[in-house]
Design a protein around this ligand. Sequence first.
Ligand code: ZN
Length: 188
Amino acid sequence: MAIRKIVHYGTPSLREPSKEVHKVSKKITELVRDLMDTMYAQNGVGLAAPQIGENVRVFVIDVSTGNEPLNPMVFINPKIIKKSGAVKSNEGCLSFPEAYTDVKRYKNIMVKALNEHGKPFVLEAKDGSLLARAIQHENDHLDGVLFIDHCINRFETEEVLKKHNLPSLDPDLLVDEKELEEEIAKND
Ligand code: ZN
């Protein structure tokens, strides 16, 4: 168990796609524990392996708040198999200290993955819940995609990054998601 150093935006490995896990070995179990320790130490809602410099397809999430008992969830080789609806989500990321911006997310998702014992499971997260949004955020990390790539307002996001001394947006990496954009604009 160890609290690991979180890599920040600007580190090239955050943009690299991560490798599938072939076996939930002791090494993976240890990685999961380190992810948990690091996430809790930073009061994060989720943390993906590339954020601690390991480009493998693993992330952890805990959306429990304040008085609730801890409820850590582990996702190994996750795949989002269904998605629908759209929501505006104000997000931050432990790799972007103190920088928050509004992004586009699907409202409902279904994800399949392996748990920390290597057992497959399917989970549905709906209504733009924190869990639904966190799964999309963390899953993106495994493909080198970052929350700012989904930003609603490019210029506002650019300002936020500048204010926190973070590198600027890469316009070529912005995700084209017209349907989400239109639906969010309709609901606004
Ligand atoms: Zn993140």
